[in-house]
Design a protein around this ligand. Structure first.
Ligand code: HEM
Length: 459
């Protein structure tokens, strides 16, 4: 079944309609990034179109984005795409709303303060070193796969104090199955409610039940530990609401699952795209290496080094500009609102795309060029709000942004002191925009020990 998409100028229906991209949902998905970019470039700061029965706006004016995410935030909820993951994520921070979300955010946020996150650095370094000890010069690797495995291990250790290989493999297995089934459900045009016992619904429910059992097992193990560790689950087990009550096991499950899912793939993608870009820009890489030589002198990075690695920070910022791991976010109006001179009715969706805004040449001259130098001299401070927002903004801004930036800096410098990557020259590096910005066929590369290309010692 085809669902027509027509793009109209930002006038509300029955306003003027100019078709930019005829086609169906599959085409829409395949060409999503170009569609978003062309729509914004052709129709300006606010465009509107339909996806099936839904009226959707694309807000690309940074002041309009601020209005949605900050000024009018209380009149919007997460859009249908985010809500669709509730069967797996439950009612965790990403999917919950209103007073309930607010209470959870207040309880969880302290666990992500800088000082707390810095206490995870030794774990990040140790697990990175473990990965490095399994590498040798000349080895073929899939860059995205390596960093996904590493950030998954770091997330499980820092979240659940879990390092048993069997547990991790089992958890990853059930999670992947649940997500594959969930994605298959999302692709279906007609989605029967989950309680209708179709074979597909039953498979999904079985996978979710298995996932629940696995996470409840981690929670039970956390509760039974005599001494609470440094992991996030321990902190959440000890946390109390204002009335003194602890979080229920069900809520712990939803929050832990959400943090694991929201937290590890996004950082892995930042690292994978960064290494891909560096492999194509060796001069940038040389500058990075000389920063590490000057500041780290071959030592593993620590919290004290973080402020002294500005070029590393600029490379990460520039990589997230060109390949924002979360490239589009959305909200749904709960009441009638004004946006850019037009009416947004309850139920309408507003999309905001980092992919689009991060390529605005008014703020980023030669936007397709990978140029970390643009971040020097305080560009981040000079930009208007929402010209660059890899972590979103307003009250729903990413709770893990500090975690992500520290983790990316630590891993990039710990790995980069020892190895560089040469991406296979025949590989076609394509982007698959799903919930996050994935490399379509992976990023195959060969490892090269840095000691052969610079003064650094090998691992
Ligand atoms: C480079 C890495 C990351 C990127 C690019 C990223 C991006 C984002 C974005 C754009 C949002 C806002 C979504 C929206 O407004 O609809 C968000 C929310 C969120 N992120 Fe991240 N994130 C990253 C890493 C992490 C990490 C490491 C964690 C936790 C360990 C995390 C946990 C969350 C949670 C729980 C939310 C929902 C917050 C709320 O609504 O209160 N993220 N993230």
């Amino acid at each position: 079944m085809n669902t027509a998409i027509s793009v109209t100028h930002s006038g509300l229906p029955p306003g003027p309609k100019g078709t930019l991209l005829g086609g169906n949902v599959r085409q829409f998905r395949a060409g999503l990034l170009n569609f978003l970019l062309e729509t914004a470039r052709e129709y300006g700061p606010l465009a509107s179109f339909r996806i099936g029965p839904r009226r959707v706006f694309l807000a690309s004016g940074h002041d309009l984005i601020e209005q949605v995410l900050v000024t009018d935030a209380k009149h919007y909820i997460k859009h249908f795409g985010a809500r669709a993951f509730k069967p797996v994520l439950g009612n965790g921070l990403v999917t919950s709303e209103g007073a309930f979300w607010h209470r959870q955010r207040k309880l969880i946020q302290p666990a992500f303060l800088k000082a707390r996150v810095q206490s995870y650095i030794p774990t990040m370094v140790e697990l990175t070193n473990q990965m490095l000890s399994s590498w040798t010069s000349g080895k073929s690797v899939q860059i995205d796969f390596e960093f996904e495995a590493l950030t998954s291990k770091i997330a499980l250790k820092t979240l659940f104090d879990l390092d048993d290989r069997g547990d991790r493999a089992r958890f990853d297995g059930v999670l992947k199955l649940a997500f594959d089934l969930m994605n298959a459900r999302l692709r279906r045009i007609i989605k029967l409610p989950l309680w209708v016992p179709t074979p597909a619904n039953r498979r999904l429910q079985r996978a979710v039940a298995e996932l629940d059992r696995t996470v409840q097992g981690f929670i039970a193990a956390g509760r039974s530990r005599q001494h609470h560790g440094n992991d996030l689950l321990s902190r959440l087990l000890l946390a109390r609401y204002e009335d003194g009550r602890p979080m229920s096991d069900r809520q712990l499950r939803d929050e832990a699952m959400t943090l694991y899912l929201a937290g590890h793939e996004t950082t892995a993608l930042t690292l994978a795209w960064s290494w891909y870009l560096l492999s194509q820009h060796r001069r940038v890489e040389e500058k990075l290496v000389s920063e590490w030589q000057r500041v780290l002198r071959g030592a593993t990075p620590t919290a004290q080094h973080l402020q002294r690695l500005p070029y590393t920070a600029a490379v990460i910022a520039e990589s997230m500009r060109l390949f924002p791991p979360v490239y589009v976010i959305g909200r749904e109006a709960t009441t009638e609102l004004e946006l850019g001179g037009y009416r947004v009715k309850p139920g309408y969706t507003v999309l905001m795309s980092q992919w689009v805004n991060h390529r605005d040449q008014n703020y980023f001259p030669d936007p397709e060029e990978f140029r970390p130098e643009r971040w020097q001299n305080g560009l981040a401070k000079r930009l208007p709000k929402f010209a660059y927002y890899p972590f979103g903004g307003g009250q729903r801004i990413c709770v893990g942004s500090t975690f992500a930036l520290i983790e990316a800096t630590i891993i990039l410098s710990a790995v980069g002191q020892h190895y560089r990557f040469t991406v296979d020259p025949d590989a076609v590096i394509d982007i698959k925009p799903q919930i996050t910005l994935l490399p379509a066929n992976g990023i195959p590369a060969t490892l090269e020990c840095r000691s052969r290309t610079s003064g650094f010692a090998g691992p």
